[in-house]
Write a protein that binds this ligand. Sequence first.
Ligand code: PHE
Length: 341
Amino acid sequence: MIEEVSRIQAEALAAIQAAASTEELKALRVRYLGKKAELSQLLGQIGRLPPEERRAFGAACNQAREAIEAALREREEELRQQELAARLEAERIDVTLPGTFVPRGHLHVLRQVWERIEEIFIAMGYEVYDGPEVETDWYNFEALNIPQGHPARDAQDSFFISGEVLLRTHTSPCQIRYMQSRAPALPVRVIVPGRVYRRDFEDATHSAMFHQVEALVLDRGITMGDLKGTLLEMARALFGPETQVRLRPSYFPFTEPSAEVDVTCIFCRGAGCRVCKGEGWIEILGAGMVHPTVIRNGGYDPEEVTGFAFGVGLERVAMLMYGIEDIRHFFNNDLRFLRQF
Ligand code: PHE
């Protein structure tokens, strides 16, 4: 029986040495040291031996057991190291690899100019107001002193939704809306940036949808001097401190007197160039003193208050600020254009 013990030990040690994984080792432990293992069974038969051999046999069994135990521990440690190394290799993360690129956008150039204009006027104590793009004939024309059949309607041909409802052709209807919401409170100091629509043919300087910023000031004793000072302040903030403004007589049904406003050409600083066609001036907006009828339609008394208004094209300002030659660039969504701002 002693020979049996050394055979089992030799077999076990060989198997342990050959084991390729800790899983396999667990099975070997059960097989060679478990309750049903050959060695355990042999030991159970110790009683069959003559008493003088029992001691040596028991010692041999224990020694075999310890040898197997030790081999298992040693091999397990080896395999654990190997498995850990393999896992580290397989699951390695290279923290120096570049990360996943997440594209980050920025505000559209028109929105940037829009916010710049808001900042300029907020700094002068103005409120920013908003009105509907789908407007009634009354607010868009009638209340602004442009009755049915008036030739001024031809210059602002619109998209009609019904006979009475249209896409607003300018931000001026918000003059009326804002006055109605405030009357009789004074002073009125408001700007209204927003989209407007005209049934224009599209070309380098015309778009069927574009943006305006309306300004309206109403108080006792407001004069054209206030208008010019405000325009100068805005022009200098937008185009630089050397900029001058010039008012030329013009006509709008909702202002009297009315003016077209020019700024010194920002490309030649007034010397005359291709952009300003040798003039030294570039037209940027329409303005005037609010017509008494408009003041009355807004709910104020034209005998008591006067005011000025103007409407500036946002695209026009942006085109001048950045030297953009075609209005269609703003709306084509070409990233090569948009990324420049
Ligand atoms: N609403 C006019 C336009 O679109 C501009 C304007 C606004 C003129 C306010 C005078 C006063 O052409």
